[in-house]
Design a protein around this ligand. Structure first.
Ligand SMILES: Cc1cc2nc3c(=O)[nH]c(=O)nc-3n(C[C@H](O)[C@H](O)[C@H](O)COP(=O)(O)OP(=O)(O)OC[C@H]3O[C@@H](n4cnc5c(N)ncnc54)[C@H](O)[C@@H]3O)c2cc1C
Length: 331
């Protein structure tokens, strides 16, 4: 394990916030993780992955933990499925690339989402009509309180839209160490979402779908290596039907999706109607290609992002009476 004191978190968050951690510790096994928990139990602890869904608002006056466990193994197979157990610190996109290379399918639509395997099971990441919950069979985790291991079945993870039990009742109580995926040997492409079908063409393979997803994402979203961001900053609100109908009566075309319990309106559309697309506040910008994304355009300080996000929420509330809330975790 490695333990460092007072280090910059700049390389550990995709928003590129130059804040410091009092302690930064990296472990290479579950045993080392338990030792670190024994050392720092009772204090402030934050486990991070690639820091691609975080906004550090100030220096972190506690212990930041990170996993250096980065392997994956096949634990079982039958005529239709393969079970892969992946370590929490493996970059999810590297795993997907390897799986596509072997013709194993199920995760190809999730290609090019930044982040590590552990966090993807907390966040229930999703893209192009597939969510992590569709392929997660179970999750192994260690309790921060006593270091004991617990296995959570998919149902026990209580997955929802970018949501899980680890973000609610069990927030801050478990560190996910491994994720078991049930994947497919026979390819059934899911191409209904957006323009994926056109981009893939005939005779799709897991790898050709992956490549199409990567191409589309590169056109729409900032590359984390080039421009700081945390992807979609806001969640898409689900509003009562009468709220949607009142808006639809005033605007020619309101994009919307029927949901249990209401109508989902893309936050990007609401933000664009408020005139925020492309606008800057300090060094922070509402991304000109996709207003759901806030970017660090010019050495933004944490407060630039916080102020821009607050101004956008206020604008949407005033114009439409709808509360939009951040998907990104403020630390
Ligand atoms: C350009 C860009 C595009 C994106 N596109 C998408 C997209 O299409 N779909 C989507 O769903 N998301 C998207 N995201 C968001 C992000 O990639 C995901 O939320 C991802 O799962 C975050 O992984 P991470 O390893 O960076 O986690 P972090 O940001 O480091 O952590 C996220 C949360 O998980 C917790 N956590 C981290 N590891 C563990 C662990 N092992 N055990 C318990 N808790 C843990 C952290 O404490 C934190 O609360 C995008 C982000 C960017 C920057």
């Amino acid at each position: 394990m490695t333990i460092k004191e007072n280090i910059s978190l700049l390389p550990f968050n995709t928003f590129r916030m130059d804040v410091k951690a009092k302690i930064f510790a990296e472990y290479s096994s579950v045993e080392e993780l338990r030792q670190l928990l024994d050392m720092y139990r009772g204090g402030k602890i934050l486990h991070i992955g690639s820091g691609s869904n975080l906004l550090f608002t100030k220096d972190y006056d506690g212990v930041v933990l990170h996993s250096a466990m980065r392997r994956a193994r096949c634990t079982n197979e039958d005529s239709d499925h393969v079970w892969i157990e992946a370590d929490n610190g493996l970059v999810m996109d590297e795993l997907i690339e390897q799986l596509c290379d072997m013709g194993i399918s199920g995760m190809e639509n999730l290609s090019h989402i930044p982040g590590e395997v552990g966090a993807s099971a907390v966040q229930n990441v999703g893209a192009y009509g597939v969510e992590a919950k569709d392929v997660i069979e179970s999750v192994r985790a260690v309790s921060l309180e006593n270091g004991e291991e617990r296995v959570f079945t998919n149902a026990e993870c209580r997955y929802g839209y970018r949501d899980s039990v680890f973000k609610n009742e069990l927030r801050g109580q478990y560190i996910i160490t491994h994720v078991v995926y049930r994947l497919n040997k026979h390819f059934e492409p899911k191409l209904e979402y957006g323009n994926l079908q056109c981009e893939v063409g005939d005779k799709p393979t897991p790898m050709s779908v992956r490549e199409a997803v990567v191409r589309i994402r590169r056109q729409k979203l900032p590359e984390v290596s080039e421009l700081g961001s945390a992807g979609s900053f806001f969640k898409n609100p689900i509003v009562p039907r009468e709220v949607y109908e009142a808006i639809a009566a005033q605007y020619e075309r309101v994009p919307h999706f029927e949901q249990d319990g209401g109508v989902k309106i893309p936050a990007a559309w609401l933000i664009e109607q408020c005139g925020w697309k492309g606008k800057m506040l300090g060094g922070a910008q509402c991304y000109e290609k996709q207003p759901l994304v806030l970017v660090n355009r010019n050495n933004a300080a944490p407060e630039d992002i916080v102020n821009l996000a607050a101004a956008i929420c206020k604008g949407v509330k005033e114009k439409f009476g709808i509360e939009i809330s951040p998907e990104v975790n403020y630390i």
